[in-house]
Design a protein around this ligand. Sequence first.
Ligand SMILES: N[C@@H]1[C@@H](O)[C@H](O)[C@@H](COP(=O)(O)O)O[C@@H]1O
Length: 237
Amino acid sequence: MKVIITKDQKAAGVEGYKVFADAIKNGAKVFGLATGSTPVTTYEEIVKSDLDFSNSTSINLDEYVGISPDNDQSYKYFMNEHLFSKKPFKNSYLPNGLAEDPEAETVRYNKIIADNPIDLQLLGIGRNAHIGFNEPGTSTELETHVADLTESTIEANARFFEHVEDVPKQAYSMGIGSIMKSKKILLEAFGEDKADAVAKMIEGPVTKDVPASILQKHDDVVVLIDEAAASKLTQKY
Ligand SMILES: N[C@@H]1[C@@H](O)[C@H](O)[C@@H](COP(=O)(O)O)O[C@@H]1O
């Protein structure tokens, strides 16, 4: 794992942008994208830049079950707001939160990923070290599936909703099996809240209880963190 530590999330946005720019220089055409507060500064820098995605494909990590794409809490809405409306891609895929047949939706999504192997996958991390919505204990073999959210994830995501009861209890998520097939991975984490998860991911044992720790087994991972998220690391990077 290559670890980059910046002063704060704003400075990290520039580094995140550079990882995208380099990937494009190296021929990347398919980008796995993430939502949440973490990737926002990277998207801001991409939007300001002259990077062109009009011949590229994006595939998002996850989407809430039962939420319409027009709902301002949907990940589709988030992506439109922060990136797609300003930097359009040729094709942008997200799971359909309103799909009538969830099983068929996961099959559809897995086919999209198989047909468009991901060159660069952007990831955030949950406080319990989940990636996508692969919560602790999830099999590392899984592809796209319907995940039950843990109480801690529901609470963490409640800040975006009016009431905690409004947070969906399930989400479609790319599995760790799908994530690990990406050619390159950029994981970002900012703030003290993420320091524990970051230390366990980088310096702890690889275990299903810390989903992000599996990334130690991938041969091209960049971990981009700020000083606060790096505060519990014991080694120098
Ligand atoms: N499914 C998402 C993850 O993909 C994201 O990485 C995580 C962290 O969110 P944030 O970046 O807002 O801290 O939360 C959610 O649960």
